[in-house]
Design a protein around this ligand. Structure first.
Ligand code: SF4
Length: 159
């Protein structure tokens, strides 16, 4: 993700979407001695104003964290949420190379959340659906996915 971000791929904004303090801690731990400015080469700036659910998404992810006391898990959660600002598939917005990589990342860091995606729903759709369910909101137009005209939007191939 960092390599993609450095060459302007994906949507991750400045500091990978993390707080500057978090970004510097990540850099010091894993990329010491490598000069990374923190500015997104893509020129994107964080626009979390259009993301009212940011804190809810972070909280939901961390509730499923395999190791909530690790800073790295907080960093990954922050980066995932920043990726949700984009309009493409989440793995593309994050600058990953395939959906398989994203599925592995989520399973490793948020195992109980990954286990809930038994129907292999598209990840961005799945994350937002978890929020809706937690709030008791039913945003779907159909009574079930099986009879929904939007089925391919939620479950189609993510390539
Ligand atoms: S397929 Fe339809 S019913 Fe199922 S989550 Fe998507 S929008 Fe909702």
């Amino acid at each position: 993700m960092l390599a993609s971000w450095c060459v302007g791929e994906g949507v991750l904004p400045d500091f990978l979407g993390l707080e500057p303090k978090q970004f510097r801690a990540l850099q010091a731990r894993y990329f010491k001695g490598i000069r990374i400015t923190g500015r997104a080469t893509s020129g994107r700036r964080p626009d979390f104003s259009r993301m009212l659910e940011r804190e809810d998404l972070l909280g939901m992810l961390m509730a499923h964290a395999g190791t909530a006391d690790r800073e790295e898990t907080h960093w990954i959660a922050g980066i995932l949420v920043a990726g949700c600002l984009g309009d493409d598939h989440l793995w593309q917005d994050l600058g990953l190379w395939s959906r398989v990589e994203l599925s592995g990342l989520i399973a490793h860091n948020f195992p109980t959340l990954a286990a809930k995606n038994t129907q292999d729903m598209k990840w961005k759709k799945f994350l937002y659906k978890q929020l809706c369910e937690a709030e008791g909101i039913r945003a779907c137009r159909a009574p079930s996915c099986e009879v929904c005209v939007d089925y391919r939007v939620c479950f189609g191939p993510e390539e």
